[in-house]
Design a protein around this ligand. Structure first.
Ligand SMILES: [Zn+2]
Length: 316
């Protein structure tokens, strides 16, 4: 489950979190020329997408899985006749970037922070091969994942054409080393990828738990009033505050358990190699972020503290 979270296992374990899902496969207009498409996470492992209209072209946030990319391409035809010029990978995970070849073949330029390409260099083709059980990935008949064709290292990277401005920011390592945010300064809309989600969707296996709140703080400083996460429904700035609080509470709770002399096996219950339960309570204020991933999140946080290294560096 842990390292192939984008496959069937991920879909299955989210069964308990259905109450949070809004309306998968529907497109909602957030502002003039800005649309939010909620992905079908349960059935297809898809992430959410955002479509942003510029003067002569469209920008898409997240490539999604190949089947998610194709579903979005169909929906875009109903929104605008303009071509998709850029597709921004918020990070390297399959449900955000494995659709890259679909977009490239359609004539778009995939874009990401240099950390996205670096993560793919370090972690592929292993995960691509593990994802061959997905028909949409297998039918591309490619040996590995396709990194974004264009990368940037200086944050923010800015796209503007006189009609609209998009800033692509990198505030450091939270969910992955390549975490990117797309911010529309005039509309005060932020697209957060998986660094900020609205629900129990935080995968910490490639993450840096201790640094996560600082990254969210960087995003908060932009002053967005509308937050479009990659998983879970859209909302306001409370999603940023909640994500930050969840990561802080998670860290503190694990730290308290360790200081009280508890062992990892006291805190995380493992059955047949699967982490099934965490004997740790977080405050009710962050319960929106607590779900089936929780035992893994506690384990990942414990390991990061124990080894004195970001969790993501321990899985390389
Ligand atoms: Zn992710």
């Amino acid at each position: 489950m842990t390292r192939t979270w984008y496959s069937a296992a991920f879909c299955g374990l989210l069964g308990g979190a259905l109450y949070l899902s809004g309306q998968p496969n529907t497109v909602k207009q957030i502002a003039s020329g800005v649309w939010f498409r909620e992905g079908d996470l349960k059935n297809h492992g898809h992430c959410n997408n955002i479509v942003i209209e510029m003067k002569d072209y469209l920008v898409v946030i997240d490539a999604n899985f190949p089947s998610g990319a194709k579903a979005l391409i169909e929906d875009i035809k109903k929104l605008s006749k303009k071509p998709v010029k850029y597709v921004f990978d918020t990070h390297h995970h399959g449900d955000h970037a494995y659709g890259n070849p679909v977009w490239t073949r359609a004539g778009a330029i995939t874009l990401g922070h240099e950390g996205v390409a670096r993560e793919m260099r370090d972690r592929e083709p292993k995960r691509w091969q593990e994802a061959q059980g997905r028909a949409d990935v297998a039918e591309l008949k490619l040996p590995t994942a396709e990194p974004p064709k264009q990368t940037f290292s200086k944050s923010p990277f800015v796209l503007t054409d006189g009609s609209r401005k998009i800033e692509f920011h990198h505030f450091g390592w939270a969910h992955t080393k390549g975490d990117g945010f797309a911010f529309l300064p005039n509309e005060k809309i932020i697209c957060t990828g998986d660094a900020v989600v609205n629900g129990p969707y935080n995968y910490t296996g490639d993450g840096h738990v201790a640094n996560w709140p600082k990254v969210v703080e960087g995003a908060e400083k932009l002053g967005a009033t509308r937050v479009l996460p990659a998983h879970g429904p859209a909302g306001g700035a409370e999603i940023l505050a909640g994500e930050k609080a969840f990561m802080r509470e998670l860290w503190s709770a694990v730290e308290r358990a360790r200081k009280s002399g508890k062992k990892l096996s006291d805190v995380v219950v493992t059955v047949n190699g699967k982490r099934t339960k965490a004997n740790i309570e977080l405050p009710a204020s962050v319960k929106n972020w607590v779900g089936d991933f929780f035992p893994d999140q506690v384990y990942d946080t414990w390991m990061e503290m124990d080894k004195g290294k970001p969790r993501g560096d321990l899985t390389l």
